[in-house]
Structure formats: structure tokens, C-alpha cells
Design a protein around this ligand. Structure first.
Ligand SMILES: [Zn+2]
Length: 218
């Protein structure tokens, strides 16, 4: 057997994977090439240990994915907003999942106020969440507990940002069915934990209330 190195290994893996998929599901790629109709948008961290499709057992074509450091939803981020608008207005996904993960390096950097150069600007919103919840975080016994709690609080803040975008507000106003889920993933056990209730419209957003989201009472 020939040994392959570096990215050659990836290309070899790819050929083997494509052959296996075509063998077990003939016509899979030809069918998928016609169109995509994913039912879900995943907004997650870029961390290599949190691969969206694998975690939730979905195949190509089933999950529309956007990932960035610390799974942020920012109103000035044209990349993220473009993905969001395409998912909601064109693909008409039924569910949006914001999934953070415990032990997130981006969140840890924000908590520890590390010097990171340009990345500091990106994670600045997480520092804002940290400052807002400083009292709650300070009483936790360990640094790792503080990081993990901030990971949860960050997800809730991003969900709040997401629900406030004109894209979601307009979709709900015109009666589009769209539910937003707040999840956090455990690197140590591979399990997803839902955080707080599902936001399924303007009404449920009102019911959640600003205080719930601001104080992270979940
Ligand atoms: Zn992360």
C-alpha cells in the first residue's frame, strides 16, 4: 500500500469517501448537485473539534453552516449576515442553531483579556458579555468554570443579537416558521446541551424578555 503524506492524504481520503458514498447511495451527488434544501442553519465556532455535521449526524445537503471564532452574530459582520439572509430568505430554513462549546479558546481569551492583535477586535463583544456578567463569573471557583459559564452566556447573547436582526424580525412578521435554538457542546463527552427555551417568533422573543437574556438566567 502506498503511503501518502500531507494534503495528499486528504485527497486520497476524499476519493475513498466519494466512492463509498456513491457505492452505498448511487446518484447521491448527482441529486445533490441539482439543489440544496437544508432545513437548518448552524452558527458555530471555527474550532476543529466542533464539526457541525458530524455532531448532529447530518449528511451533505442537510445543514447550512456558518462558523467563526467564538460563534458570534454581529450586526456589522457582512459575511455572517449574508449567510443568515440567504438561509432565511432563500433556503427558508426552519431552524437556526447557535452552538457554542465549553473550553472555547476565543471565549477564554476574552475572559483573560489576552493580547491577540487584530483578533481582539473580533472577540471584543465577548469581553462585553464578560464585563456585564463579571459579578456572576467572579464567584465561580475555577478559571475553567468561569470560561464555561462565559461560553453559555455568550451563546445566549449571540441568540439575542440574532433575534434582533431585521432578517429574523421581518421573517417572523410575515409569518415564516423559524425557530432559534441555543446550544452548547461539550468537548469532553461529545454531547450537546440545549440552553434556555427555543425562540420561535416575535411573541416568544417578547416572553423571554430583555432581562432574561441580559442576565443569562438560564
Ligand atoms: Zn471556540
Amino acid at each position: 500500500m502506498t503511503k501518502v503524506f500531507g494534503v495528499d492524504r486528504l485527497l486520497a481520503n476524499n476519493r475513498a469517501w466519494a466512492e463509498e458514498v456513491e457505492r452505498t447511495k448511487p446518484g447521491f451527488f448527482a441529486h445533490l448537485a441539482q439543489q440544496q434544501t437544508p432545513g437548518y442553519l448552524w452558527i458555530g465556532c471555527a474550532d476543529s473539534r466542533v464539526p457541525a455535521n458530524e455532531i448532529v449526524g447530518l449528511e451533505p445537503g442537510e445543514l447550512f453552516v456558518h462558523r467563526n471564532v467564538a460563534n458570534l452574530v454581529q450586526h456589522g459582520d457582512l459575511n455572517g449576515l449574508s449567510v443568515l439572509q440567504f438561509a432565511v430568505d432563500v433556503l427558508k430554513v426552519k431552524h437556526i442553531i447557535v452552538c457554542g462549546h465549553y473550553g472555547c479558546s476565543g471565549v477564554r481569551a476574552a475572559l483573560q483579556d489576552m493580547r491577540l492583535g487584530v483578533a481582539e477586535h473580533w472577540i471584543r463583544p465577548v469581553r462585553d458579555v464578560c464585563e456585564r456578567h463579571r459579578h456572576e463569573l467572579d464567584i465561580l471557583p475555577t478559571e475553567s468554570a468561569r470560561v464555561d459559564r462565559l461560553c453559555e452566556l455568550n451563546v445566549m447573547q449571540q441568540v439575542r443579537n440574532l433575534c434582533r436582526t431585521p432578517i429574523l424580525q421581518d421573517a417572523w412578521r410575515r409569518g415564516q416558521k423559524l425557530a432559534v435554538h441555543s446550544w452548547v457542546y461539550g468537548l469532553e463527552d461529545g454531547l450537546v446541551r440545549p440552553l434556555g427555551p427555543v425562540v420561535a417568533g416575535l411573541k416568544s422573543l417578547d416572553e423571554l424578555g430583555a432581562s432574561y437574556l441580559m442576565r443569562g438566567a438560564f
